[in-house]
Design a protein around this ligand. Structure first.
Ligand SMILES: *Cc1c(COP(=O)(O)O)cnc(C)c1O
Length: 223
C-alpha cells in the first residue's frame, strides 16, 4: 500500500481532537516529503542529529517533535526549532531545556514521561517522582519551558488487557495531576499510542498518537 493510503486510513480512524505525530525516524527525506505532500505537518524523531538534518531539508512549516530519550548535552542542537519534547523525565533536563530555550528567546513545550510499562528498559518517572517535580519551587522559576502534558509507552506485548490497564493508569494519573496548574504548567496533552496500540490508547483518552511503521512501513533496523 502507498504511504498516502496508509496515512489516509489512519487519519480516518483518529478523532479530530487527537493529534497525529508521523514518526519518521530512520526514513529518508523523500518519504517524509510524500507524507508532507499528503498534508501531514507534525513529524516525530528520536535522534537529535537526524531531526536537525531533516529540519534543514524539509519545508519550514513542519512541527518537529522529539519523541526519544534526550541527553542534556544535546538539547542545544534542537532548542532553536523543536516544537515539543515528549519524554522529559527529570528536573536537570528541564533546567537545561529552559536554559537553551532562553538563549533562543523561546518557550519550549515539554511532556513528562510516566513509566507505565512493566519492562525495565522503558524510561520515565514513577508517579510520586512526577508529583514531587510538579510541586517543586525550582520548577516555578523556569520561565522558558511549558509543561504541556504527559507521555507514556505501554509494554510491548500482545496482551491487550495489559496495554489497556497501562493506558488507563496513565490517563487517571493525567487527570489527577491536572490540578497542579501554574504559570509554566498546564497539562492538556496526553501522548500515548503507537502503531500497534493507538486504537486502545484513543479509547483510553489519548490526545496525541505517535505512529511510525503503520504510515512509513516497517523500519529496516530496530530502534
Ligand atoms: C518509534 C517510536 C514510535 C513509533 O513506533 P511505531 O510502532 O513504528 O508506530 C512511537 N513512540 C516512540 C517513543 C518511538 O520511539
Amino acid at each position: 500500500m502507498s504511504i498516502q493510503t496508509n496515512l489516509k486510513q489512519i487519519q480516518n480512524t483518529i478523532p479530530s481532537n487527537v493529534t497525529l505525530v508521523a514518526v519518521s525516524k530512520t526514513k529518508p527525506i523523500e518519504l517524509l516529503q510524500e507524507v508532507y505532500n499528503a498534508g501531514q505537518r507534525v513529524f516525530g524523531e528520536n535522534k537529535i542529529q537526524e531531526m536537525s538534518e531533516k529540519h534543514d531539508a524539509m519545508p519550514k512549516d513542519v512541527e518537529w517533535h522529539m519523541i526519544g530519550h534526550v541527553q542534556r548535552n544535546k538539547v542545544k542542537y534542537m532548542a532553536p526549532f523543536v516544537s515539543l519534547i515528549h519524554a522529559v523525565d527529570n528536573l536537570k533536563l528541564l533546567k537545561e531545556i529552559n536554559k537553551q530555550a532562553k538563549k533562543n528567546s523561546r518557550v519550549i513545550k515539554c511532556l513528562l514521561q510516566l513509566k507505565i510499562a512493566s519492562e525495565d528498559s522503558k524510561f520515565g518517572m514513577l508517579e510520586p517522582e512526577l508529583k514531587t517535580l510538579l510541586q517543586s519551587e525550582e520548577l516555578k522559576n523556569l520561565e522558558h519551558i511549558k509543561i504541556a502534558g504527559l507521555m507514556g509507552m505501554a509494554t510491548f506485548t500482545d496482551n491487550q488487557n495489559q496495554i489497556t490497564k497501562e493506558f488507563e493508569y496513565l490517563k487517571s494519573t493525567f487527570e489527577t495531576l491536572r490540578n497542579y496548574k501554574s504559570e509554566n504548567c498546564n497539562l492538556e496533552t496526553l501522548s500515548m499510542g503507537m502503531s500497534g496500540d493507538y486504537k486502545i490508547a484513543i479509547s483510553c483518552g489519548s490526545t496525541m498518537v505517535r505512529i511510525g511503521s503503520s504510515i512509513f512501513g516497517a523500519r529496516t533496523y530496530n530502534k
